[in-house]
Design a protein around this ligand. Structure first.
Ligand code: K7E
Ligand code: CUA
Length: 657
């Protein structure tokens, strides 16, 4: 397949080109204010960082695999970079002991969630969400197959932002909600059984990126439309980007039905809820409404959107919407009549530059917007937001944190920690000091910790609640490069565990944790907040519980049979059963064991079937027995000393004639 005529480019040229492109779009400390004539004035005088040198070194470290830390790049002051190697604090959990926290990691385009114990970083389980999983049987059993089918029938999803359901601003351990960026879906995971129990394909939206629940009581789950598209997207306006639309969607957390959507100017990246049930703040990077990278990065400011949820609800109630595909769509664009009065439904806050993330700090006073292409974090005062006539006046601080700020997290003691993608650092800063300080000041910076390399999200324990626990922080780094044994060209990501104490200490890098591509975000809950069941409660599912006596084959039609059988150590309720060639076989299996962790599997060779049945659980598969012959059914969970002997036979009789 090698094309000899293809030009192989010098990697150095590629880096130089990238460096130049990045340099041209990175904005200065404070993005220039737009002039009246639409031009731009100069940025803050007196704060002329030699950005080019800065960028060069950062890019070299990123693109060329240089392994040196980036501390030398930050001579500019504002906090000493720390190079620590896991010497002091012990994160190990002794054999047989439990972790203190559950960590729920999104798996990105693997489509799954991963459950990781903190502080040990041990992987406890995986929860299939948008993918299929033959160990659990997710996507193989009838109900889970139906779930994936009903939500679009896609074989994969790209999950980014896990959110735990809240009551009174604290995790209630009921559900986890996560988005599928690829197909515009939101899924719900039941934390009693650690299973996906609902997926909704949100109408009118192609990609949902930001996903958050409304604090403090999970009234809605919100999805941010990142890609602008025609509305409806049915072949109209194909190459007319000006008429494309980005939507913000509210989904009911119980029914999982979309309640309403809001049309906005520009696009929507990531979002977070204030703590009082009024504001949801969303970042954006394409106020230019462009379709090319040059266009999307042209302007030095993009509009962060503040959605006033009760005001939007009022508009819906008043019938102030158009309906598209059955969903009320409220007009939240700048020119909308709903944005002209004294209670606009969406406030637009110009923010430098292509800002990536929004995180609301634990008190609910400030939303932190990381600048991405601006080396700053913009602090929006949510208490001022209702009063100010010009939403820009709600901006109360803008510390300069470093290059490529993406995400921010909190220790609950007045500190923020921001990830710097280009600088490869976690930077700790003082929130009140940043509000006090001049715009662009580095004074609020307390400390910098090198990470390896190029962090995206950064999360501290329970940072999204009103009462974070501090102690540990995880930096989810996109690149690991030389940190692990090479495993071919696709290396794992690197989730690094950093000890932060209660914010009084220096950050200390404690552990590297390779992660299969590509986690984006994670969320942590204290173990006491999650009440996972150890065996199934038959009350919780609809299938009929099968007893040993009820095991048998029932002909339900000319070409259909219902096979019922139990599982226990170490036999199936039926040693064999007979069906006819061409029969549609509905196989219902109940695991009659009542003991934790005694799982049995049901694998049927050459029929593409395998699934797990947990204690007291009942599962069902329906398939066609289309080839006559003998098929051994065997158990796929090593359940006992007689596990290999745990087998049954399906005898498929040839059709007559
Ligand atoms: Cu920054 Cu999808 Cu939250 Cu990835 S997103 S990093
Ligand atoms: Cu049952 Cu192995």
């Amino acid at each position: 397949m090698h094309d000899d005529t293809a030009e192989v480019r010098d990697p150095t040229d590629v880096v130089d080109e990238y460096e130049e492109a990045l340099d041209s779009v990175l904005s200065d400390v404070d993005a220039p204010e737009p002039d009246d004539d639409g031009g731009v004035s100069l940025g803050l005088p007196g704060l002329s960082l030699n950005r080019r040198d800065f960028v060069k070194a950062g890019v070299a470290a990123g693109a060329m695999g240089a392994v040196a830390g980036c501390s030398s790049l930050n001579g500019g002051g504002g906090g000493q970079a720390t190079e620590s190697g896991g010497g002091g604090v012990d994160h190990s959990v002794a054999p047989g002991e439990h972790d203190e926290y559950y960590g729920f990691w999104s798996g990105g385009h693997s489509g799954e969630l991963r459950v990781i114990g903190i502080p040990s970083m041990r992987e406890l389980t995986r929860i299939p969400v948008f993918n299929t999983d033959c160990a659990s049987g997710y996507g193989y059993t009838d109900d889970t197959k139906q779930l994936l089918e009903d939500s679009g029938g896609y074989s994969w999803g790209d999950n980014h932002h896990p959110n735990l359901s809240e009551t009174d601003g604290d995790y209630d351990g009921e559900y986890l909600y996560v988005n599928d960026k690829a197909n515009g879906r939101i899924a719900r995971v039941n934390l009693t059984y650690f299973e996906t129990d609902a997926i909704t394909d949100v109408p009118n939206m192609q990609a949902i990126h930001g996903c958050t629940v409304l604090s403090p009581d999970t009234k809605y789950v919100f999805g941010n439309g990142e890609f602008r598209a025609p509305l409806p997207n049915d072949g109209r306006d194909l190459d007319d980007p000006d008429s494309y639309t980005a939507l913000f969607a509210a989904v009911d957390p119980e029914s999982m039905e979309t309640q309403w959507q809001v049309k906005v100017d520009g696009n929507l990246d990531i979002n977070d809820s204030g703590k009082e049930g009024r504001w949801v703040i969303a970042s954006a990077y394409n106020s230019e409404e462009a379709t090319s990278i040059q266009g999307m990065t042209r302007d030095d400011r993009d509009d962060v959107k503040a959605f006033d949820i009760p005001a939007i609800e009022q508009a819906v109630e008043n019938g102030n919407y158009e309906e598209v595909n059955g969903i009320p769509i409220v007009d939240g664009t700048k020119e909308s009549p709903l944005n002209q009065g004294d209670r606009p439904i969406v406030k637009y806050i110009p923010t430098p530059k292509s800002p990536h993330c929004v995180e609301v700090e634990p008190n609910g006073d400030y939303a932190m917007v990381a600048g991405k292409l601006s080396p700053t974090v913009t602090i929006i005062d949510l208490n001022k937001l209702p009063e100010v006539e010009d939403p820009a006046d709600a901006v109360v601080g803008r510390p300069r944190v470093g290059l490529g700020p993406l995400h921010t997290t909190f220790d609950g003691n007045g500190h923020a920690y921001t990830s710097l993608f280009i600088d490869s650092q976690a930077v700790k800063w003082d929130i009140e000091a940043a509000v006090e300080a001049e715009e662009g000041s580095e004074e609020p910076i307390i400390e910098r910790q090198d990470v390896h390399y190029n962090p995206g999200h950064i999360q501290a324990l329970e940072a999204m609640t009103t009462d974070p626990d501090g102690e540990w922080l995880v930096s989810l780094n996109k690149l690991s490069k030389d940190r692990f044994l090479p495993v071919g060209p696709i290396m794992p990501d690197n989730d690094q565990l950093i000890h932060i104490g209660q914010g009084e200490k220096e950050m200390e890098l404690v552990a590297d944790h390779p992660a299969y591509p590509e986690p984006h975000d994670c969320v942590f809950a204290h173990k006491d907040k999650i009440d996972a069941k150890k065996v199934y409660d038959p009350e919780d599912y609809e299938e009929t519980y099968i007893t040993e006596e009820a095991s048998g084959v029932e002909r339900t039609g000319e070409n259909s049979v219902h096979v019922k059988m139990t599982t226990k150590r170490s036999e199936y309720g039926l040693p064999d059963f007979t069906v006819q060639e061409g029969d549609e076989v509905r196989l219902t299996t109940t695991n009659i064991e009542g003991i934790q962790d005694i799982i049995h599997g049901v694998a049927i060779p050459e029929h593409d079937i395998n699934y797990a049945v947990a204690p007291q659980d009942t599962r069902e598969v329906t398939f066609t027995a289309d080839e006559p012959g003998v098929y051994w059914i065997y158990c796929t969970f090593f359940c006992s000393a007689l596990h290999l002997e745990m087998r049954s036979r399906m005898l498929v009789e040839p059709a007559e004639g």
